[in-house]
Design a protein around this ligand. Structure first.
Ligand code: DGL
Length: 265
């Protein structure tokens, strides 16, 4: 039986794994966190493409039926390159996130993401493709990924940093803000505290789970009552990555391996 492959630059994509497992617990998953090359968000498009194609090629060796690019930066810069190199369908996070935000009916949509995601303009064009009348304001938030990787999702320092990034969007009148980085759902306690009830956040991780179920239902097995396996692979397993992986999963991973994916593609 083939698995669903998921990759991110680090542990942020575990939010996508979590959203998928809640909806599709019978599937088997292989998750790759490219922690040796984290962050992707500050790198050039060429470097992100090379890393993403390598990560996808490594996961393909597990025998996949579907590949999820659970990283907004890689989805923004490398989705086409990964899809060209893949023999199975590839789902990114940007289109589902943009679709979910447009579906809220908001006329002013804010996007927060890594420098790479915002610079690529991927969300701006995905929203314009769906409704060119919607106004979009995008803010790069380079300090948020390290706070998420540190496990500071509910922390006064994160409140302060979030206030710095969100204030211009709140003043501009954003009705919905897309969490355009798979690390950001880990920061929701702080983000919600800062934004109050003025905006709703759209989590691209949950939006991907919805897309997989609607667009790839032929690949999904909902009949079995059994719980599928989850294999976690990291390209670097320092103590902090292991600690935060446990924290996000809420349990000790059953199968965790350190892998070398250099030059796989
Ligand atoms: N989780 C990645 C994303 O969604 C960002 C982390 C990084 O900068 O590597 O863009």
């Amino acid at each position: 039986m083939s698995s669903i492959g998921i990759f991110d630059s680090g542990v942020g994509g575990l939010t996508v794994l979590g959203a998928l497992r809640r909806r599709l617990p019978g599937e088997s998953y292989v998750y790759l966190g490219d922690t040796a090359r984290l962050p992707y968000g500050t790198k050039s498009a060429a470097t992100v493409q090379r890393s993403a194609v390598n990560a996808a090629a490594h996961l393909a060796g597990h025998g996949l039926k579907l590949l999820i690019v659970a990283c907004n930066t890689a989805s923004s810069y490398a989705l086409d390159a990964v899809a060209r190199a893949s023999s199975v369908p590839v789902v990114g996070v940007v289109e589902p996130g943009a679709g979910a935000a447009v579906a809220t009916g908001a006329r002013r949509i804010g996007v927060i993401g890594t420098e790479g995601t915002i610079r690529s303009g991927a969300y701006q064009s995905a929203i314009a493709d769906l409704d060119p009348e919607i106004e979009v304001e995008a803010v790069a938030c380079p300090l948020l990924v390290p706070l998420a990787e540190e496990g500071w999702g509910d922390h006064p320092v994160t409140d302060q940093v979030a206030r710095h990034y969100l204030t211009p969007l709140l003043q501009w009148g954003a009705e919905t803000v897309i969490l355009g980085c798979t690390h950001y759902p880990l920061l929701l306690p702080s983000l919600n505290r800062v934004a109050g009830s003025k905006v709703s956040f759209v989590d691209s991780a949950s939006a991907v789970a919805t897309t997989v179920m609607s667009d790839h239902s032929e690949l999904i097995d909902t009949s079995s009552g059994a719980v599928g396996d989850v294999h976690i692979e990291l390209t670097d397993a320092s103590d902090r990555f292991l600690r935060i992986t446990r924290e996000i999963l809420g349990a000790e991973p059953e199968h965790l391996e350190v892998v070398d994916i250099e030059g796989v593609a």
